[in-house]
Design a protein around this ligand. Structure first.
Ligand SMILES: *[C@@H]1O[C@H](CO)[C@@H](O)[C@H](O)[C@H]1NC(C)=O
Ligand SMILES: *[C@@H]1O[C@H](CO)[C@@H](O)[C@H](O)[C@H]1NC(C)=O
Ligand SMILES: *[C@@H]1O[C@H](CO)[C@@H](O)[C@H](O)[C@H]1NC(C)=O
Ligand SMILES: [Zn+2]
Length: 499
């Protein structure tokens, strides 16, 4: 009997140990992040070479004469997705009418589908393959379309915005596939983001009940961090563009002949522009702050925890003083409050030297960044009523004409959505840090478009740093961000699968 119990005991113990061993082995096998991270490290030079090939294509969507290069870029992306074993559809987006009336083809959108197991979650990545214009004469230190590595940074147009980030996603998928891709992947890439994504919204609408129907999470790569701390963006501001035109004569006039005898358009315009914002940055248009979403406790905590160094930014850009002092106040002003900026005056004399001209017609251009919950149609009415009232007070015989260009709407997501949790865990795993939760001051129209049409969970997760100069000279991504960012996307997909 004792013998039996002893034997039973040890068999049970052995079985238990085996079960535990088996369980730990299987969980390790489904999340072998060390091996995947090691694989990514070992292949980093290959990833940089791929980025070099992508950067070499001048896929400038602004310049119609470069349209074939954007097309080539879309084909290169298609080829990369096919190599991952996915099916790819190149979707014709129709024609673009140029300012001279000519029409040219829009580059096709790329729809990639790597679906292996319908029971697994499906993650859809969005990114763009076109770039802003860049010429070495603009003041670049290196050839913009030749990827150049210097001091740990990879310089070149598109390295950060957005070729490098898209490539990091595709490289992460490839690395995961060496073991097992834990989720299904869909990819939407476009070639006209930098000029407002013509045709894209229609595509999303048309494919809502097919391509997007089984998508669980949408991840937009086209964003960057606020500091060297990795950040997840959960909100953006919208924008409305305004034009106010004042005309005082049919022809430009000589100030020696007409100066002192008429109401000048330029003086009227400057008067109007100067009624928009006071010296503390407060917008003077009545009602403009009414719709702004109230500050929540959770949000307040994000501002406190976010890394953002006003002194360093002031020093870098040569700014004497910001309108408010603390990091928290500045973060709120740039992301959760509206702002009004005056950009320029068309028709004004702006060359060096003197010209004694009275411009006949001038157009002031300003924009309002819209905070979440603000509606452009409401803002447009508020601006129109206010400027008309101010102009009446001015008592000028001239007339004003106000126009507003439809801009993008603001976007705000909920950081409690599951994919935010997954991204937060992935950041912790790769970088050993808590993520910053960012509300971007800029505008990412695609986020609102996805939200309005698909009604899916949307998150902005880029890997570019705060000083990558996305649209400027010497655009770069650091090798570290490119490679660790590849690990981040791999870890994100694993965390999403484990939810
Ligand atoms: C994606 O691929 C899977 C597997 O090949 C297929 O069943 C599914 O219909 C595809 N979906 C789309 C929208 O192409
Ligand atoms: C798009 O499809 C989703 C379901 O996947 C649905 O909830 C949503 O209402 C659809 N959008 C439109 C505009 O039909
Ligand atoms: C910025 O400072 C002004 C006072 O100068 C204050 O009224 C305002 O509330 C501050 N803004 C924020 C977002 O803290
Ligand atoms: Zn971009």
């Amino acid at each position: 009997m004792r013998q039996f119990w002893k034997l039973f005991h040890s068999t049970a113990l052995t079985a238990m140990v085996l079960v535990i061993l088996f369980l730990s082995l299987t969980t390790a096998a489904s999340v072998p992040s060390d091996q995947i991270f090691q694989y990514i490290d070992e292949h980093q030079n290959e990833y940089v070479e791929r980025l070099k090939d992508w950067v070499a294509i001048e896929s400038d969507s602004n310049d119609a004469s470069k349209r074939h290069l954007v097309m080539n870029m879309m084909l290169l992306a298609e080829e990369r997705i096919r190599k991952l074993g996915g099916t790819v559809e190149m979707v014709d987006l129709g024609m673009q009418e140029l300012p001279d009336g000519n029409k040219i083809s829009l580059p096709p959108a790329v729809l990639g589908n790597i679906t292996k197991d319908p029971k697994k979650p499906t993650v859809c990545f969005y990114g763009h393959m076109d770039v802003q214009p860049a010429k070495i004469e603009d003041g670049w230190s290196t050839e913009p379309y030749t990827l150049t590595e210097k001091n740990g940074n990879l310089y070149g147009r598109g390295t950060s915005d957005d070729k490098g980030q898209v490539l990091a996603v595709l490289n992460a998928i490839e690395a995961l596939q060496k073991h097992e891709l834990p989720v299904n992947i869909k990819i939407l890439l476009e070639g006209m983001e930098e000029v407002g994504s013509p045709g894209l919204n229609t595509l999303i609408e048309q494919r809502n009940s097919t391509f997007f129907s089984d998508v669980d999470y949408i991840v937009v790569t086209d964003s960057s961090w606020l500091s060297n701390k990795p950040g997840i963006t959960y909100g953006t501001r919208g924008v409305g563009q305004f034009f106010v035109e004042v005309e005082c004569a049919k022809y430009d006039l000589h100030s020696g002949t007409f100066g002192g005898i008429l109401h000048e358009a330029m003086s009227d315009l400057i008067f109007l522009l100067n009624t928009l914002v006071d010296s503390s940055g407060h917008i003077l248009i009545p009602g403009i702050y009414e719709a702004v979403a109230p500050l929540t406790e959770k949000e307040k905590k994000f501002y406190e925890e976010t890394e953002y160094d006003p002194d360093q930014i002031k020093a870098k850009y040569g700014i004497k003083q910001f309108l408010n002092k603390t990091k928290e106040e500045l973060l709120m002003l740039r992301s959760r409050c509206p702002s009004l900026s005056i950009h320029g005056i068309e028709g004004a004399f702006s060359e060096p030297g003197t010209k004694t001209v009275i411009p006949a017609k001038v157009t002031g251009k300003f924009s309002i960044r819209l905070a979440p919950n603000m509606e452009l149609s409401v803002v447009e009415k508020q601006v129109t009523d206010y400027l008309n009232k101010k102009f009446t007070e001015r008592n000028s015989p001239n007339s004003i004409k106000l126009t507003c260009h439809r801009g993008a709407k603001p976007w705000l997501s909920d950081t409690d959505e599951l994919q935010y949790l997954a991204a937060r865990k992935a950041i912790k795993r790769v970088f050993g840090k808590e993520a910053d939760f960012i509300r971007a001051g800029g505008t990412i129209p695609i986020a609102t478009q996805f939200q309005d049409v698909t009604r899916k969970s949307i998150m902005l997760l880029g890997i570019g740093g705060p000083d990558d100069a996305a649209h400027g000279q010497d655009e770069k991504i650091s090798r570290n961000n490119f490679i660790e960012g590849t690990k981040l996307y791999a870890a994100l997909l694993q965390e999403l699968a484990a939810l």
